[in-house]
Design a protein around this ligand. Structure first.
Ligand code: HAM
Length: 440
């Protein structure tokens, strides 16, 4: 078979055999966010390019190398979102969400687009779950945000994930640090890549997260930001640590974390694992006290995080965490002959209205093939209807695994009640045996 085309490099299909895993983790994340008082926000997949240039930052890898940017037929420059923070902040301002009282807490689940070198755990289309709080300056908010991430890992049963934190200070202490970095990188100017050379004057901090091998090597010995933060920032950082201690959360201070996006101030953090290879950061976030003002709003201390869902699922897989399999077909009605098919059609409708997962033949198979299919889709019960059953006004119900027991159901208006009785009866029996009723 020659296909017309295949999926674009760096994008993945999520197939029916795997989508339940996504639904499971997304549900858990949503529940955790809601426990913390966050409400979902959904923003468009594309935004005006200027939004990302200004928030993520002109000199970041994301803006300089990775954005999917195009001009529309109307001549507007549009970009597929490379992350969720900027769009959520834009929406917060555009819809004056601050009028509902601060802090405003939102969460999102979205696809992001970055033109990166595709490899395990790094895609060009990927999924993030994120949470953002606007209007909270207290270090308690930083610790609360980190606790929410930790809560998600706990609920999912994920362990062996290190929390690493750092503070990159405020605008004013950043200046001293920037000067120190400039001096340091000037000495290694001849080895920097052309992009980093251009960053030297504009934003030397971004050289620290350049993916070029040579730049990366030089960056290893660069001065670290913690030595430069002012006493106010240092105090705030200490308070964050105090609250993390109070919540019994283990962390290490990693002074090399600066995060690859320009909007961050003060606390930054990452959750890192050793079990999924090179792309080891499952979650990243921090405070961004200047972003809302940068986008035209009032000064609004804000913070958040985003977790890569692909990487999270890789960790769960590597740690052997079982995700409950989805419910399969409760009952398959096999029918032979036109009248029986019409009856099956009616009964399936009744069952579905009563929230049973019910199926019947829609491809015109014979009886044996229908039963084979019922087995394949993991149906718990089968009901077979032929001409004789129609004249007797009753049909045989079988549990697909307890084949030696069979029951009868009437095919008239008593059908649903009788079927439910049988269903419950077998359910009671199977919970007291090793045979799992819900097993596929
Ligand atoms: P980020 O560190 O760029 O931060 O991305 C967050 C997470 O998204 C990463 O830790 C990783 O799990 C996942 N991720 C990033 N790029 C890829 C990729 N190419 N393929 C697969 N997964 C990826 C942000 O995006 C910030 N907006 C987080 C934030 C929210 N900060 C404050 N609020």
């Amino acid at each position: 078979m020659e296909l017309l085309t295949k999926k674009v490099k760096g994008a993945e299909d999520i197939l029916p055999c795997d989508s339940y895993k996504w639904q499971f983790v997304e549900d858990i994340m949503r529940k955790e966010a809601e426990c913390f008082g966050f409400k979902e926000i959904r923003t468009p997949v594309f935004e005006h390019t200027v939004l990302f240039n200004r928030s993520v930052g002109e000199t970041t890898d994301v803006v300089q190398k990775e954005m999917y940017t195009f001009d529309t037929k109307g001549g507007e420059s549009i970009t597929l979102r490379p992350e969720g923070t900027a769009g959520a902040a834009r929406a917060y301002l555009e819809h004056a969400l601050y009028n509902n009282g601060l802090p405003v807490k939102v969460y999102y689940q979205l696809t992001c687009y970055r033109y990166e070198k595709a490899q395990a755990g790094r895609q060009r289309e990927f999924h993030q779950f994120g949470m953002e709080t606007y209007g909270a300056s207290d270090p308690k908010a930083d610790a609360e945000m980190i606790c929410a991430v930790n809560g998600i890992f706990n609920r999912l049963g994920v362990d062996n994930i290190r929390l690493e934190i750092n503070s990159i200070g405020c605008k004013s202490c950043r200046q001293d640090y920037t000067n120190a970095l400039k001096l340091y990188f000037e000495e290694h100017k001849d080895k920097l890549c052309p992009t980093c050379l251009s960053r030297l004057d504009r934003n030397p901090m971004r050289i620290l997260d350049c993916k070029n091998e040579a730049c990366h090597e030089i960056a290893k010995a660069a001065p670290t930001v913690l030595e430069y933060i002012c006493s106010d920032c240092s105090q705030k950082f200490n308070k964050v640590k105090t609250f993390l201690n109070a919540a019994d959360l283990e962390y290490t201070v990693n002074p090399t974390i600066v995060r690859g996006l320009d909007y961050y101030t003060n606390t930054v953090f990452e959750f890192v694992t050793d079990c999924i290879g090179a792309q080891s950061t499952v979650c990243g976030g921090g405070r961004y006290d200047g972003l809302i003002e940068e986008l035209g709003g009032q000064p609004t201390p804000s913070l958040g995080f985003a977790m890569g869902i692909e990487r999270l699922l890789m960790v769960m897989d590597a740690q052997g965490i079982e995700i409950p399999k989805p419910k399969t077909c409760d009952v398959y009605i096999a029918a032979l002959g036109e009248d029986a098919e019409a009856t099956a059609f009616r009964l399936v409708k009744e069952l579905r209205e009563a929230s049973f997962n019910a199926e019947f033949d829609i491809v015109g198979r014979g009886l044996r093939a229908q039963m084979k299919y019922a087995d394949k889709i993991g149906a718990k019960f089968s009901i077979v209807i032929g001409d004789d059953d129609l004249s007797a006004n009753k049909a045989v119900v079988k549990h697909m695994k307890i084949r030696d027991e069979q029951y009868e159901v009437p095919l008239d208006e008593r059908f649903l009640d009788e079927f439910i009785k049988i269903y419950m009866d077998i359910y009671q029996k199977t919970i007291s045996t090793s045979l799992n009723f819900n097993e596929n």
